[in-house]
Write a protein that binds this ligand. Structure first.
Ligand SMILES: Nc1ncnc2c1ncn2[C@@H]1O[C@H](COP(=O)(O)OP(=O)(O)O)[C@@H](O)[C@H]1O
Ligand SMILES: [Mg+2]
Length: 203
């Protein structure tokens, strides 16, 4: 947790615990942290995995990069400092969702290892599932779903991850989803089966 600005604050306990909520929901809260280049498949996988879990009666929620930048983080850009603050806030929000007992997907490029590790750090043991959505720049550029690579190559987008800004590959990801060759269904099946075998889908 980051150090609060004010010293005059005290934690106030509730009477309903996380365990109570999880028993009610029949699942274990967690955050599936999808990280990878733009166009690697984070949003697509989050949406499809959420649908699959929803059909099994599981409660989920998606925090998506672009969507969050329209609201909560609309005052942040793509400088290294703003990227770090973007991820810090999302880390805190996903921690709340996890505490609520919800299976929370986050789809943010989150290019810096230190930022992802900082989120892992504030989460309880087993609450943070780092899922590396792996696709090469060539694959992502070939898809160019939002036309951003074209703009980045033309110099219209500064600090574009994979082109003019770095992506630091995970070295401790719980799940690897190689979308260079896998279909969306295969990636989703890999992710859902990891959640199942790790005990998140039942309590
Ligand atoms: N295995 C896969 N998983 C996810 N997306 C895939 C996969 N294979 C191909 N794709 C395609 O790649 C694109 C990924 O786009 P998107 O999900 O918006 O990426 P991101 O959110 O990471 O920027 C989509 O057009 C999707 O259909
Ligand atoms: Mg996306």
């Amino acid at each position: 947790m980051s150090t609060p600005k004010s010293k005059n604050i005290t934690w106030h306990e509730g009477q309903v615990s996380r365990d109570d909520r999880q028993s009610m929901l029949g699942q274990r809260g967690c955050t599936i942290w999808l990280t990878g280049l733009s166009g690697s498949g984070k949003s697509t996988i989050a949406v499809a995995a959420e649908k699959a879990l929803n059909e099994r009666g599981r409660l989920t929620y998606i925090l998506d990069g672009d969507n969050i930048r329209m609201g909560l983080n609309s005052n942040l850009g793509f400088s290294p400092e703003d990227r770090t603050e973007n991820i810090r806030r999302i880390g805190e929000v996903s921690k709340l969702f996890t505490d609520a007992g919800i299976i929370c997907f986050t789809s943010f490029i989150s290019p810096y290892r230190a930022d992802r590790d900082a989120v892992r750090e504030i989460m309880g043991e087993g609450d943070f599932v780092e899922a590396w959505v792996q696709a090469s720049v060539e694959t992502c550029e070939g898809r160019d779903v939002k036309g951003l690579y074209k703009k980045a190559r033309a110099g219209e987008i500064p600090e574009f991850t994979g082109i003019s800004a770095p992506y630091e590959e995970p070295n401790s990801a719980e799940v690897l989803l190689d979308t260079n060759g896998q279909s969306v269904d295969e990636s989703v099946a890999t992710l859902v089966s990891y959640l199942e075998k790790s005990g998140y889908l039942s309590v």
